[in-house]
Design a protein around this ligand. Structure first.
Ligand SMILES: O=P(O)(O)OC[C@H]1O[C@](O)(CO)[C@@H](O)[C@@H]1O
Length: 397
């Protein structure tokens, strides 16, 4: 283990690796990635060279050793440093977080995303993202926004937060999550939403950072929540951080933000169209800023973030992190005892921080012993089945 994986605040909790057959992380490499690779190769007409390179990557990442990036890659030096001590070692020996991130970087290499040529800059996941955004489920979700307009302010806010939270679970829609009946709350294993709203009120008018996760059906409710923060004055400015390149299949890039904004602006539903128009103007006048940073595709936890990004986030009155991967990077991708206090694991973060996440990996902290017992008693894979969610907040002391 490199020193970079050792949190300054703790810990002896084991770093998750993908070399234990039958474990969740092993399944990601040995079951999920082969399916993903088939889908990618079916979705675009890649030629023999790209197809062969993708197949080689699959073979290498399931049974071989870590090979470095090609010399001509612009980020080869960066990856050499991030991977020091790992090259030539089996993939499964590396931390799961590291290895998964490198898999996506190598997939881009295999399909020629960075190389001069026809495939340069072509998002291999665009066909999936485009299909989702164009789907009728999104029409329904956008139409449902109009129903929220008549709600009292606190219920509307709760519904928007719930939509952004459950949007992280790809198969849920506004129709289910944003009905303001509180049905989704039954599956919340930790709920600091009252603290989140009171902290935003306390800091009224500051800068809120949102670290996005997935495009499409997650990004749309994220944008709606951002509109709510700006329109209500809870934030004077929102900085939305996206990935600098395609990553983890559906992670949002700037192109995905523009596509989602267009979907909102052109929606026939008046409420959605109005939100799209306000967000467009917010970008025009700098109230909404879309930013990215190479570190958002780094294979490291957030405690290792570079000084420039740390300084940017330190200016935030609150940073809202979306999704499972950001959670893993925030608390550290470790087999924590689930009752480990959330605050203990995020002391390194440069601003007050909120995590909105559905549980899709083995990492979890901040649960009460009673909640853990209740979940264990269900005898279901509750940590990974995406049926549970959490809102956790570490406020300014
Ligand atoms: O889109 P999210 O919420 O970050 O989830 C991505 C998750 O999917 C996986 O790649 C595989 O389940 C996890 O490793 C990762 O945390």
């Amino acid at each position: 283990m490199s020193t970079k994986e050792t949190s300054p605040t703790v810990s002896n909790a084991p770093v998750i690796r993908s070399d234990v057959p039958g474990s969740f992380s092993w399944g990601v490499f040995h079951e999920r990635h082969p399916k993903l690779v088939r889908q990618v190769l079916d979705a675009l007409p890649y030629g023999p060279a790209e197809r062969a390179a993708v197949e080689r990557l699959l073979e290498e990442s399931t049974g071989g050793v870590l090979e470095p990036l090609q010399e001509e890659a612009a980020d080869v030096a960066q990856w050499r440093e991030w991977g020091a001590g790992r090259w030539g070692r089996p993939w499964g020996e590396a931390p799961f977080l590291w290895a998964e991130s490198y898999f996506y970087r190598r997939l881009l290499e295999a399909i020629g995303y960075f190389r001069p040529g026809a495939w340069r800059g072509i998002d291999p996941f665009a066909p999936f993202k485009d299909a989702e955004l164009a789907g009728s489920a999104v029409d329904d979700e956008l139409a449902a926004l109009s129903r929220l307009d008549g709600l009292p302010e606190t219920r509307r806010a709760a519904a928007l937060l719930s939509s952004a939270l459950w949007g992280n679970r790809a198969d849920l829609s506004f129709g289910i999550t944003a009905d303001a009946t509180g049905t989704a709350a039954a599956d919340l294993v930790a709920d600091d939403s009252a603290t989140l709203w009171s902290e935003l009120e306390r800091a009224h008018g500051g800068q809120v950072c949102v670290v996005a996760d997935n495009a499409g059906r997650e990004l749309l409710p994220d944008l709606v929540l951002i509109d709510h923060l700006l329109a209500g004055g809870l934030a004077a400015q929102v900085v939305l951080y996206v990935k600098p390149q395609p990553y983890y299949v559906s992670d949002a890039t700037t192109a995905d933000v523009l596509a989602a904004l267009d979907r909102l602006r052109t929606a026939p539903a008046p409420a959605a169209g109005a939100i799209g128009g306000r967000l467009w103007r917010a970008m025009n006048d700098g109230a909404l800023v879309v930013r990215t940073h190479a570190f958002f595709c780094a294979p490291l936890p957030f405690h290792a973030m570079p000084a420039d990004l740390r300084a940017e986030l330190a200016a935030a009155t609150m940073t809202i992190l979306k999704g499972d991967l950001n959670y893993r990077r925030l608390v550290g991708d470790r087999l924590w005892p689930p009752t480990t206090p959330f605050g203990d694991t995020v002391r390194h973060f440069p601003s007050p921080v909120a995590a909105l996440r559905t549980l899709k990996s083995e990492v979890v902290v901040g649960l009460t012993p009673a909640t853990v017992t209740r979940l264990d008693d269900t005898a279901t894979p509750w940590r990974t089945d995406g049926r549970h969610a959490l809102i956790q907040v570490a406020a300014r002391p």
